[in-house]
Design a protein around this ligand. Structure first.
Ligand SMILES: *Cc1c(COP(=O)(O)O)cnc(C)c1O
Length: 383
């Protein structure tokens, strides 16, 4: 019998490998929570907030229920609402603009930079002008650290300062990354992240956190986190949410944060190896000098003439999964089509949505598996 045995598919992300590495640490941490029974606001939540503050250098950390809540809570604490404009990139995960609309304000979509996929400061300036022409009060901007690479924070901050608006950094994919030697978490008035399992630092369910150096904002966020509570528990002073991170997830994250710096290094080795093996056949992602990406995704761009669906199918046949982030920019999606976009449009976002495709990326991708991915990509581009 000449049976051809296919190797197992390469995992797109590998949460199992990380779990094996951590051994019994997480089991023990979770068991502790099961034994003390403080499932809400247990000691692990406070401990995690302190550990995260030490990790990124932010003065205040408010753990919460998801990355989406983290973003929304900042807008709520800052009283963003009807008539207000918040500038967002269109090429991002939908939550970035969704929270603006949920707060009752208007997301105004601007374009991204072709090399980094992150917010283009020139488009941001034009978007602010567009928002003003529409009679909106421009209040904030949400740069996104897309796919793990820090946004152009100095450029965004300069525009924000000139306009007197605040910056909310959507670091759901970028937490752990470094911008000019600083970890994300202190580069904006507030930084939001997500601990969804597939993010670089993920828990075993939903979770998120907000980072800020502003004590008043931190206090307002803690109030929003629990239904807008004031000092008198039954006199709520604002609208809020059930926005807490549960103790079990905090216990998991405390253990995972210990190995996170090492995982960031491993992800960067994987990215370097991809770049070396692929840069002559596809557009590999560019990291700006001075930045360290945390590689939430490894997103390549296909050359003109390569059909993306056929490419994905060819890789799948070789046991290599792919994913498309994002096939539609926000301004092209049904729920967001009616919101304003920057004058002149968003040609880069629209181009990217056509030709990007993500390859498997995680800290436990060994050289042999990676070579399979590289070979599959090279074969598919050439055929
Ligand atoms: C994942 C993600 C979010 C939302 O995080 P959740 O924890 O899933 O709510 C927000 N923004 C971006 C850019 C994301 O990738």
């Amino acid at each position: 019998m000449n049976q051809h045995i296919r190797p197992e598919p390469v995992p797109f992300i590998d949460i199992g490998a990380q779990r094996r590495r951590l051994g019994s640490a997480i089991d023990e941490a979770v068991t502790k929570v099961l034994n003390h029974c403080q499932f809400i606001n247990g000691p692990e939540v406070t401990r995690l907030e302190a550990d995260l503050a030490a990790f990124c250098g932010a003065k205040h950390v408010v753990a919460c229920a998801s990355g989406t809540d983290a973003l929304l809570m900042v807008l709520m604490a800052k009283n963003i609402g009807p008539g207000d404009a918040v500038l967002c990139p269109s090429f991002t995960f939908c939550a970035t603009g969704e929270v603006v609309a949920l707060a009752g304000a208007t997301p105004v979509f601007v374009d991204v930079d072709e090399a980094t996929f992150n917010m283009d400061a020139e488009s941001l300036k034009r978007g602010i002008a567009t928002a003003k022409k529409l009679g909106l009060r421009v209040k904030a901007v949400i740069p996104v650290d897309l796919f793990g690479q820090p946004a152009d924070h100095d450029a965004v901050a300069a525009v924000a300062k000139a306009e007197g608006i605040f910056v909310l950094d959507d670091a759901a994919q970028g937490f752990g990354a470094t911008y000019k030697g600083k970890r994300l978490g202190t580069l904006a008035l507030a930084t939001a992240t997500s601990f969804f399992p597939a993010k670089p630092l993920g828990c075993f369910g939903d979770g998120g956190a907000i980072f800020t150096d502003d004590a008043n904002l931190a206090e307002a966020l803690r109030s929003v986190r629990v239904h807008g509570a004031g000092s008198d528990r039954y006199d709520n002073v604002r609208l809020g949410l059930t926005g807490r991170l549960d103790t079990m997830q905090a216990a998991v994250l405390i253990e995972k944060l210990k190995i996170f710096p090492d995982e960031i290094e491993a992800r960067n080795k994987v990215a370097q190896r991809y770049a070396d093996g692929l840069k002559d056949v596809v557009k590999v992602p560019q990291v700006t000098t001075g930045n360290v990406s945390v590689w939430a995704q490894y997103v390549i761009r296909l050359p003109k003439g390569v059909d993306r669906t056929a490419f994905g199918d060819a890789l799948k046949a070789q046991g290599v999964p792919t994913a498309i982030y994002y096939p539609k920019s926000m301004h092209q999606q049904t729920a967001y089509k009616h919101f304003p976009v920057v004058e002149g449009g968003l040609p880069v976002s629209e181009r990217l949505s056509q030709d990007v495709i993500a390859l498997p990326m995680h800290a436990y991708l060994d050289a042999a598996a990676q070579d399979r991915v590289i070979k599959a990509v090279r074969d598919a581009v050439k055929s």
